[in-house]
Ligand binder design. Structure first.
Ligand SMILES: [Zn+2]
Length: 1027
């Protein structure tokens, strides 16, 4: 969703280092070389160069500057990557719970001096080819990043971002819409009761329906109680209505100033051009101030503290009697000490990651709880870092036991230290992360340096990862007890420690509702009659502003003619290894090899289908060959970048009732470790272990807990999956594998006292799935390594040949599609798709009651597959409806966090996210169809929708993922090009036409699903199935 708020617990420690290899660009002078020509002390457009440094590990040149007049700080990372990124971050340190930085983050994007139209941020989504646009509120900074591959687009977006941040309108109505307001429940009826409304108000109510979030917020507030980390930067829902518009403007004036700003640019566009534009459009209009935003260190406690909080009970919890959370948090050192931060984050991984870590052995394996507490390990997102360790899903009576175990484990670590091999595995992981390339490197970099830089740490030092690794090795060499001494200092001898427990309270939601009601009554009682009249009139004014046709012509825009007419071709080659078809794709993978295999489920008996996701999540974690599960985990960390299996359901591109079902094996490794990786796969194929019930139970508990926790965050995904279930065979299978049905199934398994029946089921599944006769492979590597990789793959296939067994497909209606797009039908290897000619789509409305105060609503309509001539029109249609109607009705007027429409898998899907409304939103979906059929949109709207669709179609693909669309779905470059041409050709006539034919009442077969709180309207309506 856009405008995510990352108020707490930013997972910056999980950062991955990704980039694109410079060797595949043909250019006389590279961006990194050009940047090396800057000189320390050089003046450019009001800035002075402070430092120029090459960072060979990351293939970049860093240029650090400061702005002469205002003191604004600037970092440029020059790198031969087309996906250029800009970000500006402000240090925002609130001292109350009103959510002022978060509401400000929303409100500045609602219009600015140069771009006074309403909501330029959302409008730019449709006027640009951006690969990323967003804004974040963290605990102590607010960040506005975007990225794009197009130079003109970069300038456009930069102009809009700069104006939004430094010259926003901050109109009272924007504050009302985005922050909070009192308004008549029905704005056109002055006699309807007054209620609280506002986007952030509802967003935060939704955010705090997530128990993990509640816990993380309390933990931070209580561990750092004395300054900005003691408050909720996103806003405590009931404190939000204490914020006034004046306070909001004052916070902007004191915090959104260049003297309090850090600018970051990344990519291959020239630095001077950025500097000139930033100077001319923003910085030249300011003088230096002395912002009072620094965060002081938290005074250290002289003795540990304990505290307790409550949350709402979770109906999906794997064990209803075990819903307590307990964790101990330790205050660590200042994050601006780069090497100390590096050491502590490595130390944290050694302590908690994987089955070989001490805390996994002492806390997870005895099965006292379902999983580690939601906050666990090193967290460097605050000025002083913290480390947390504990459990969720545990019984209250185990509290003392868990505390004891934590203390004992720390003693054991101090006594015994860590195995050398585990330290090597961790350093290998860092090497892989630096080599693996992905498409959002600039963004990863911006988030990686944000916290440290925010407190005046040196971002360049942070980028020199090899230096830290070398320093770490030296420290270990000089003092073998280096890590143990850190544990002694930061954990055993540390009196700034908080033990926080959380338990469910049956009356939690009720109390919340009551507290909101009281707050509301207090506000309402203070109102005079004329105040109420005022509120009514303002409500009407807001409604009329929201409903007005908007003129966005002040905003810059790309044109449809700026879009590349043809796609870049991805050459792949077909071959075989040991009789198994293989797709080879040569890519600049920077010394990595990526191996994937698709294994068909066509022979798997129907009654085993529900177990497939469980099979996938445990098969690489139970031990194999001569390795027990600990040794297996160790080998994987030492030799690979990860090995995993997941379900894969791919609808056919031309037939709605046809699909391929399988599991996808994914793995990667450094070139030198390829034989080891295939050896591990061979062991998994030939002799996986299925005998350890205790191990299985640990894995089952962890996944059941993860699934249960995910619902409040991804409720829209579950609603969409459920709504699609009765419409296509693919939809049905997707619900089985990844919908609410699967969540409930995993809960049932977690509740079973005896798992031996499951242990017996796993090898049955294995015999059907890990069978070379049902398999095809894909390898992405450098051209130099490809023939070696092919040889190794051939070896692997002969090692697993004994698993070859010809099994009959469960269904007879199998259609073969050639893997080689150029081959004649029937010749050569093929994908085997299942057809269900007798599938009858049917209407279905399902409601899942949930302990949330907000809803996730979805409606799905069966339409046409990818190659159908109408698909492109439906695609553009979904964008127009989202941008021009649904966003306004569901978010702006309805107060939901988000909502829209999209196409895929032969379906047209409406959804809303964290929505205060339920069935009303369904009627909004229907009204959007009437709106589009009446043709109230312009050519400009269509062009914008096209830009928005193409920015998704043309988003960069990492070398590791090139050719995967073709491998998985058989969608070739030719099919993509044909679709592209149909997208260009979409007209207003074709849009109105498809809206009528597919989405009109009577024409459609639709499914509906809602996840949300108890709902009387639905209860009384017999057409709903209540789960
Ligand atoms: Zn927000």
């Amino acid at each position: 969703m856009f405008r995510q708020s990352k108020t707490v617990h930013q997972k910056l420690r999980n950062i991955r280092f990704q980039w694109q290899n410079p060797s595949w660009r043909f250019r006389s002078t590279s961006a990194t070389e050009r940047a090396l020509q800057y000189q320390e002390g050089q003046k450019i457009h009001g800035f002075t160069v402070k430092e120029v440094v090459t960072v060979p590990d990351l293939f970049l040149t860093a240029v650090k500057l400061t702005h002469d007049n205002t003191g604004a700080q600037y970092l440029h990372a020059a790198r031969d990557d087309k996906n250029n990124l800009f970000s500006v971050q402000l240090r925002t340190t609130p001292m109350d719970n009103t959510g002022v930085p978060h509401i400000l983050e929303h409100t500045v994007l609602c219009g600015s001096e140069k771009y006074p139209c309403r909501d330029p941020f959302f409008k730019m989504l449709n006027r640009s080819l951006s690969t990323f646009m967003n804004a974040f509120t963290a605990s102590d900074f607010t960040m506005y990043p975007f990225s794009t591959q197009n130079g003109k687009d970069f300038q456009n977006l930069l102009s809009v971002y700069l104006d939004a941040v430094f010259f926003p309108c901050l109109r009272e109505l924007d504050f009302w819409q985005e922050g909070w307001r009192l308004e008549n429940e029905n704005p056109t009826d002055p006699t309807s009761p007054l209620v609280f409304k506002g986007v952030v108000f509802n967003e935060m109510k939704g955010a705090f329906s997530d128990n993990e979030r509640v816990y993380a917020q309390h933990l931070q507030n209580k561990l750092y109680p004395d300054h900005t980390y003691g408050v909720v930067s996103g806003g405590e829902p009931l404190a939000i209505p204490d914020l006034s518009w004046e306070q909001l403007k004052h916070f902007h004036a004191t915090h959104y100033h260049p003297s309090n700003a850090r600018f970051f640019t990344y990519g291959d566009l020239p630095l001077e051009q950025h500097l000139r534009q930033i100077q001319e459009e923003a910085l030249s209009k300011f003088e230096r101030t002395e912002p009072d935003t620094a965060v002081p260190n938290q005074p250290h406690w002289d003795r540990p503290r304990e505290d307790h909080v409550t949350c709402s009970p979770d109906a999906m919890a794997p064990d209803a009697a075990k819903q307590n959370t307990l964790c101990m948090s330790y205050l660590l050192g200042d994050i601006t000490d780069t090497f100390e931060g590096f050491t502590l984050s490595l130390l944290s991984s050694l302590m908690i990651s994987g089955p070989n870590s001490p805390f996994y052995k002492t806390l997870i394996e005895p099965k006292i709880g379902t999983n580690f507490s939601s906050v666990v390990g090193y967290d460097g997102s605050t000025k002083e870092a913290s480390f947390s360790i504990g459990l969720q899903g545990m019984a209250e009576e185990d509290t003392e036991k868990v505390k004891q175990i934590i203390v004992q484990t720390i003693d054991e670590i101090i006594a015994n230290g860590f195995e050398e091999e585990r330290i090597e595995a961790l350093l290998h992981k860092i090497e892989i992360q630096m080599k693996h390339q992905s498409t959002s490197f600039g963004l990863s970099l911006a988030s990686y340096i944000a916290s440290c830089w925010n407190h005046d740490g040196d971002p360049v030092q942070l980028l020199k990862i090899s230096d830290s690794v070398a320093q770490f090795r030296q420290a270990l060499k000089d003092n073998p007890r280096f890590l143990q001494e850190k544990v002694l200092h930061y954990f055993k001898d540390n009196t700034h420690r908080l033990t926080l427990s959380m338990s469910p309270d049956e009356a939690y939601l009720e109390k919340q509702v009551k507290a909101e009601e009281e707050k509301l009554q207090k506000k309402v009682q203070a109102l005079s009659e004329s105040d109420k009249k005022d509120i009514y009139e303002k409500g009407l004014e807001l409604l009329s502003v929201q409903s007005k046709i908007q003129d966005a012509s002040c905003l810059p825009a790309l044109k449809v003619s700026d879009i590349e007419p043809t796609i870049a071709v991805t050459p792949v080659e077909m071959g075989t290894a040991g009789g198994v078809p293989v797709q080879y794709c040569e890519q600049p993978t920077n010394g990595m090899v990526y191996f994937r295999a698709m294994c068909s489920l066509n022979t798997l008996p129907e009654d085993l289908k529900l177990y497939v996701p469980l099979f996938c999540s445990v098969i690489t974690k139970m031990g194999c060959g001569g390795l027990d599960y600990r040794q297996q985990a160790q080998q994987m960390e030492l030799k690979t970048g990860g090995m995993s299996i997941s379900t894969s359901v791919n609808p056919d591109y031309s037939n709605m009732d046809m699909y391929e079902q399988g599991v996808l094996l994914s793995s990667s490794c450094l070139e030198r470790n390829l034989p080891d990786m295939f050896h591990l796969w061979s062991d998994i194929f030939n002799s996986p272990h299925f005998d350890d019930e205790e191990r299985l139970r640990v894995l089952v508990m962890m996944s059941a807990q993860e699934l249960a926790n995910g619902i409040s965050y991804s409720g829209h995904m579950y609603a969409m999956t459920r709504a699609a279930r009765s419409l296509t065979p693919t939809g049905e299978l997707q619900e089985t594998f990844g919908g609410m049905e699967q969540v409930k199934f995993m809960k049932r398994i977690a509740e079973m006292p005896d798992l031996t029946q499951i242990l017996r089921t796993l090898p049955r599944i294995k015999r059907h799935i890990l069978n070379p006769l049902n398999m095809r492979c894909a390898v992405n590597s450098t051209p130099q390594k490809m023939s070696d990789a092919a040889g190794q793959l051939d070896n692997f296939m002969s090692n697993v040949a004994s698993n070859k067994k010809d099994r009959k497909p469960v269904r007879s209606d199998i259609t073969k599609r050639p893997l080689d797009p150029l081959a004649a039908p029937g010749s050569g290897p093929s994908r085997k798709l299942i057809t269900e000619p007798n599938f009858k789509p049917c209407q279905m409305k399902t409601f899942f009651p949930m302990p949330f105060p907000i809803n996730f609503v979805s409606e799905c309509i069966r339409t046409v597959p990818f190659t159908h001539e109408d698909y492109a029109s439906l695609n553009i249609l979904s964008r127009i409806m989202t941008a021009k109607y649904l966003h306004r009705e569901i978010r702006e007027k309805g107060g939901a966090y988000g909502g829209g429409a999209r196409v895929g898998g032969g379906l047209f899907t409406f959804y809303s996210y964290r929505d205060p409304n339920s069935v009303q939103t369904l009627s909004t979906f229907r009204k959007s169809v009437d709106w589009v059929r009446s043709g109230q949109f312009t050519q400009q709207d269509i062009d914008e929708a096209k830009l928005s669709v193409f920015s998704a179609v043309d988003s960069p693909v990492a070398p590791s993922n090139k050719g995967m669309g073709c491998f998985l779905s058989g969608i070739t470059d030719e099919l993509k090009q044909a679709h592209r041409e149909r997208l260009f050709a979409v007209t207003d006539k074709s849009l109105v036409d498809v809206a009528g034919r597919y989405l009109g009442i009577g024409q459609r077969t639709c499914g509906v699903a809602i996840l949300g709180p108890e709902n009387d309207t639905i209860k009384k309506d017999p057409s709903w199935v209540v789960k």
